[in-house]
Design a protein around this ligand. Structure first.
Ligand code: ATP
Ligand code: MG
Length: 396
């Protein structure tokens, strides 16, 4: 139940941070390689059994931790991770709550953890499937270098996230591109990794078809999806973009609408454009093309992101240092007080001892050997005591 007072103090997720989607796309809209499809079916069975055991059989009321189901959809861009998260929610008859981590990461230090907690609360209230899209940033980020405030903040957020994952009673889906970088603490909480591979020629042919309307889309006689599938090693996302581009080109031909048809050359032009653009953008993280692309210095190899991260790290280190200096300056008068009073006392005592020693030295001139030794020992002891007092004053 919504509670405005609690939201005021604990934070409430705003619209930019999360988007509640009523899922429309289903598994019928997505063509997957067999292992991926099997893994998804298995995940759905797990969710179903989980519901049966914990909700219907009442075991949730007996055991309260670690009852959620966390899945990670891992794979290259455009392989259907987002669409499958939607299909999972559709299958379960639940809403999909899409989390935008970049929005969630508040610019106000310390607020991000609060936002994460608010998102989980909102998902629990709506019984929604929680979907962390592009979760690479979160999943792998707990750092052991705690000397920078930015990293301390990031670790704090990850710790909040781990805690919420433990407590959340529903289904959570992460989507990541680089599964290998997972923080072990996340790894432990993820029940199953589901691998989304690039589609092979068979799947590509079916993806080409599924992107069109089976009755309404006008196709020319020469269209050959098999040839397109074999010739272009594209992802589902690429194919979708190519289809839209081809339709665009066909629609702008200078002939009556009724005569317009999407033909093979339109599809060829569409897919060639998409693949070329992807190469320029350097987004082909998983292909060899991206590595040779000069732009990849900034985008493909994560260079831009790394540079931004480095600058942000430097800035937060600088900010932390300024705060430290400020704190030291503020503490100075107090520390000065603390130092000077006992210090002066000890110095006076030391002076007195020195006087005393001088007097004893004078006495030595006249005294015998036994007295000399005794006087020397006494003076040394007195001096040591004074030094110890000074040490205590300085340290304390
Ligand atoms: N396996 C597939 N079957 C059918 N269509 C697909 C498939 N993969 C991708 N598509 C099409 O491409 C679009 C983009 O896919 P989606 O957003 O699900 O990819 P993604 O894996 O989430 O990519 P990213 O990592 O870039 O977020 C989908 O809306 C769909 O039209
Ligand atoms: Mg996606």
């Amino acid at each position: 139940m919504a509670n405005p007072f609690r939201d005021l103090f604990l934070g409430t997720p705003n619209r930019a941070m999360v988007e509640a989607v009523a899922p429309r796309r289903t598994f019928a809209d997505v063509i997957l390689p067999l292992p991926t499809r099997r893994a998804l079916q298995h995940a759905l069975a797990q969710i179903h059994n989980h519901d049966l055991i914990f909700r219907q059989w009442g075991l949730a009321e007996r055991h309260d931790a670690g009852m959620g189901l966390v899945f990670n959809f891992a794979g290259p861009p455009g392989t259907g991770k987002t669409i499958c998260a939607e299909a999972v929610a559709h299958e379960l008859g639940r809403k999909l709550l899409v989390v935008r981590y970049a929005e969630l990461e508040s610019q106000w230090a310390g607020a991000t953890g609060k936002n994460v907690a608010a998102v989980f609360r909102s998902a629990a209230e709506q019984d929604a499937v929680l979907f962390f899209d592009e979760a690479d940033a979160i999943a792998g980020r707990r750092s052991t270098m705690l000397n920078q405030s930015y990293e301390r903040e990031a670790n704090l957020v990850v710790n909040v996230l781990l805690h919420e994952l433990d407590e959340f009673p529903g289904v959570v889906v992460f989507a990541t591109n680089l599964a290998a970088n997972f923080d072990p603490a996340f790894e432990r909480r993820i029940r199953t990794h589901i691998l989304f591979e690039m589609p092979g020629p068979e799947e590509r042919e079916r993806i080409w078809r599924v992107q069109l309307h089976e009755r309404k889309t006008p196709l020319a006689e020469d269209v050959d999806f098999r040839a397109l599938a074999e010739r272009y090693p594209a992802s589902g996302g690429d194919i979708k973009n190519a289809v839209l581009k081809a339709a665009q080109i066909a629609a702008s031909e200078a002939i009556p609408d009724a005569a317009k048809r999407i033909s093979q050359r339109h599809f060829e032009e569409g897919i060639a454009d998409v693949l070329a653009a992807r190469q320029v953008m350097g987004q082909s993280l998983f292909g060899e093309a991206g590595a040779q692309d000069p732009m990849s210095l900034w985008t493909g190899a994560g260079g831009m992101v790394e540079a931004q991260d480095a600058i942000r790290d430097d800035l937060s280190a600088l900010a932390a240092r300024v705060v430290e200096v400020e704190d030291t300056m503020l503490a100075l008068p107090e520390r000065w007080e603390r130092l000077t009073a006992p210090h002066a006392e000890a110095a006076r005592a030391l002076g007195a001892r020195a006087d005393e020693m001088g007097a004893r030295m004078a006495a030595l001139e006249e005294g015998g050997r036994r007295e000399r030794r005794l006087a020397l020992a006494l003076s040394a002891a007195a001096l040591l005591a004074s030094l110890a007092a000074l040490g205590v004053a300085l340290l304390g």
